[in-house]
Design a protein around this ligand. Structure first.
Ligand code: UDP
Length: 246
């Protein structure tokens, strides 16, 4: 599959559908090449404009999917047709659906103590036969990194899901991916929180109305500043298009 990408504020995001993203993920797992998928929403792309390391990592990733209405809007506005968003949470659930039959082994890294274990139980209930071969919470010190890498390697996962928040998860994966010997790693943000019931996803009508960002801002009042992330992103993409003559 040749990938068409949209250059959004310097981050190359694949113009890809959910179905294609799942197919590519399967290929990555089967190729066993230590692939990395990032899920780029407007906030992540904004962050990459002032975090050069994050931008470099995203542009080196094997696949960056458009996670969010803002990303899809920006691509279309920049004349790169993009039909749908590929939310990290949904991509992961789609992979879980086929995991039992493929006999994939999956490791959950990240989120607060206990949350990944609850998410594991939820996955085992929803996808009978799924093999979640290990969990590790995301609140560890730098000196624990080597032990954690060893622990993950010992379980020989086909997929590593990292939920350490942006940009920690991308930077952690980039640093350790060569040692992990895991065919596919994905930065999945709040996925375990939602699976464990610690966080709610926006109701479907809000997702369809492209208002999930607003729901998230409302659910986390201490992060109400996040509500401004999307309007700021829109303004930035507009002035970028003018400046770059895109
Ligand atoms: N998280 C973690 N370790 C950290 C910071 C965050 O495991 O040092 C987890 C957090 O518990 C949550 C997930 O990362 O499950 C996403 O966190 P947040 O909502 O801060 O991330 P963002 O939405 O910015 O990606």
């Amino acid at each position: 599959m040749s990938l068409v990408t949209a250059d959004i504020l310097g981050v190359n995001v694949a113009a890809i559908t959910m179905k294609e993203a799942v197919e590519l993920a399967v290929q990555f797992i089967e190729k066993k090449n230590n692939a990395m998928i990032a899920t780029a929403n407007a906030e992540m792309i904004m962050r990459a404009t002032y975090d050069a390391e994050l931008k470099m990592i995203l542009n080196k990733a094997d696949l960056v999917v458009p996670d969010g209405a803002g990303t899809v809007w920006a691509a279309n506005y920049l004349d790169c047709p993009m039909t749908e968003r590929v939310a990290g949470f949904d991509l992961v659930q789609n992979l879980f659906k086929i995991a039992p039959q493929k006999k994939w082994r999956i490791f959950f890294l990240g989120s607060a103590p206990g949350v990944a274990d609850k998410a594991k139980l939820k996955a085992e209930k929803d996808y009978p036969g799924i093999q979640i071969v290990g969990t590790q919470n995301g609140f560890f010190n730098d000196e624990d990194n080597d032990t954690i890498v060893k622990e993950i390697k010992k379980t020989a996962p086909n997929i590593l899901l990292a939920a350490l928040g942006v940009p920690k998860q991308e930077k952690w994966l980039y640093k350790y991916i060569g040692q992990l010997n895991c065919p596919l790693s994905i930065g999945v943000g709040g996925t375990f929180d939602v699976m464990a019931g610690v966080m709610k996803r926006a109701p479907l009508w809000m997702q369809r109305a492209k208002l999930e960002w607003m729901f998230r801002g409302m659910m986390q009042p201490r992060r109400a500043g996040r509500l401004l992330a999307l309007p700021k992103f829109v303004l930035k993409v507009r002035s970028w298009k003018k400046k770059e003559n895109k």
